[in-house]
Design a protein around this ligand. Structure first.
Ligand code: KMH
Ligand code: ZN
Length: 272
């Protein structure tokens, strides 16, 4: 099996310090959390940004400062800024980090419920995001929260509306109102991706480690981090993103998967 790429989603847009006091807002806190995850074995950091008071923002300059600071603290790390932002943001607002031409960025593959909110990714929005990523040579990480999202984006790739093969998918399962985080659902999705694609599994909340273990065994990659899960185990808050990554490394070692460093991850993701 290929080496395991671990992504750390260190911040997200929804969780706050009220949920876990280690959730990062400031640039310094973002760097601290990215470094803890990187040193524990994450080759990829998925980045959302906040203002210092914790408000989610997609401000291009905030992204520039945070991405540069993480790059300096974590040499070689792969950064995947979010174009999802938070529910309720406009497509224009969300697209700002793509102006910085990162090597990758997320591209969300359809509208869905998101807790009590609706996360809007209609076809015109997705076409605009695909066009921007084609123009700026950004490899999307296709985020699928629902089973139908995969078909949607495969159709778009076939029509040349978004970047095509080799595609990288992130199956984010277990968001309230979306496809549940079961091994059966993950298996269904993985069996539908084109040969030569790569994929990552993200289990939300208490499903984080069971879905990760399944993905490790199936030959996929794993995302963890405060965006998705705040606890190391039931009732045990993680003190850092690094602790969540360390647990994935322990599971992977037990299952015989080696961990990819950023260079190896770039090779696997066809970034070079
Ligand atoms: N915050 C969610 C509404 C992404 O990063 O592209 C969307 C999200 C997806 O986190
Ligand atoms: Zn995200």
């Amino acid at each position: 099996m290929e080496k395991l790429i671990i992504t750390a989603a260190i911040c997200g847009a929804e969780v706050t310090k009220q949920h876990n006091s280690a959730v990062p807002y400031t640039v310094e806190e973002m760097v601290r959390e990215a470094k803890s995850a990187f040193e524990a074995g994450a080759a990829v950091i998925h980045v959302h940004v906040r203002t210092d008071d914790g408000t989610p923002t997609q401000d291009r300059e905030r992204f520039r400062v945070v991405l540069d600071a993480i790059r300096e603290a974590c040499p070689g790390v792969i950064l995947i800024p979010s174009t999802g932002g938070a529910t309720g943001m406009t497509p224009e607002e969300r697209l700002q980090p793509t102006e910085l031409c990162p090597e990758m960025a997320t591209l969300d593959c359809g509208t869905c419920n998101f807790g009590d909110d609706i996360f809007v990714n209609d076809m015109p929005t997705m076409r605009a995001f695909g066009k921007r990523m084609l123009e700026n040579n950004i490899k999307p990480e296709y985020e699928c929260f629902e089973i139908g999202h995969l078909d949607t984006v495969l159709g778009m790739a076939a029509r040349g509306e978004v970047p095509g093969a080799p595609m990288q998918f992130n199956f984010v399962l277990g968001v309230n109102g979306c496809t549940p985080a079961t091994v059966g659902n993950l298996d269904y999705l993985v069996n539908k991706i084109p040969a030569g694609s790569t994929w990552t599994a993200t289990g939300i909340g208490r499903h984080c480690f069971t879905l990760a273990a399944a993905a490790i065994g199936m030959g996929g990659n794993v995302r963890v981090g405060f965006e998705d899960n705040l606890n190391l185990a039931r009732g045990v808050p993680a003190r850092s993103n690094g602790e969540l990554v360390e647990k994935i490394v322990r599971i992977a070692r037990e299952l015989g998967r080696d961990i990819a460093n950023p260079d190896e991850a770039r090779e696997i993701l066809s970034l070079k």
